[in-house]
Structures are given as structure tokens and as C-alpha cells.
Write a protein that binds this ligand. Structure first.
Ligand code: SF4
Length: 63
């Protein structure tokens, strides 16, 4: 599984980092960035949770 962040859509709320810090991190510009590619199996559920919870739907999950 692969996670992608649409940088233009991210509003730096930090939710994804709270929910799934193994996969998401805020970068120097406070934009979420993917730090695990591909997403390891053990983190897939929380990465999906982060995508579902993102207020701007900035996280795209590719299976
Ligand atoms: S949850 Fe969405 S808007 Fe919030 S930091 Fe993550 S990608 Fe950005």
C-alpha cells in the first residue's frame, strides 16, 4: 500500500501525524509528508484512519 499527500490540500492540522506517526510527519513547511513508502502492513490500518480523518481529504491511499 502507498500513501500520498496532496501538499496543496494539506492545511497542517497534524491529525495524520497524531493518528499514524509511523507514516506521516510534518515537514519544514508544516505540510504532511509520507516517511514510509510503501506503508508497512502493520501500519496500514492507521494510515487509512488518517486518510479517512483528514479534514481536506489530502491523503490518497493506493492499494
Ligand atoms: S490530516 Fe490532512 S490536513 Fe491534516 S496534516 Fe494531515 S494531510 Fe494535512
Amino acid at each position: 500500500m502507498k500513501a500520498i499527500v496532496d501538499r496543496d490540500a494539506c492545511i497542517s492540522c497534524g491529525l495524520c501525524v497524531s493518528v499514524c506517526p509511523e507514516v506521516f510527519e510534518l515537514d519544514d513547511e508544516d505540510i504532511s509528508t509520507v516517511i514510509q513508502d510503501p506503508v508497512e502492513e502493520e501500519n496500514e490500518d492507521t494510515a487509512r484512519e488518517a486518510a479517512d480523518g483528514c479534514p481536506t481529504d489530502a491523503i490518497i491511499i493506493e492499494e
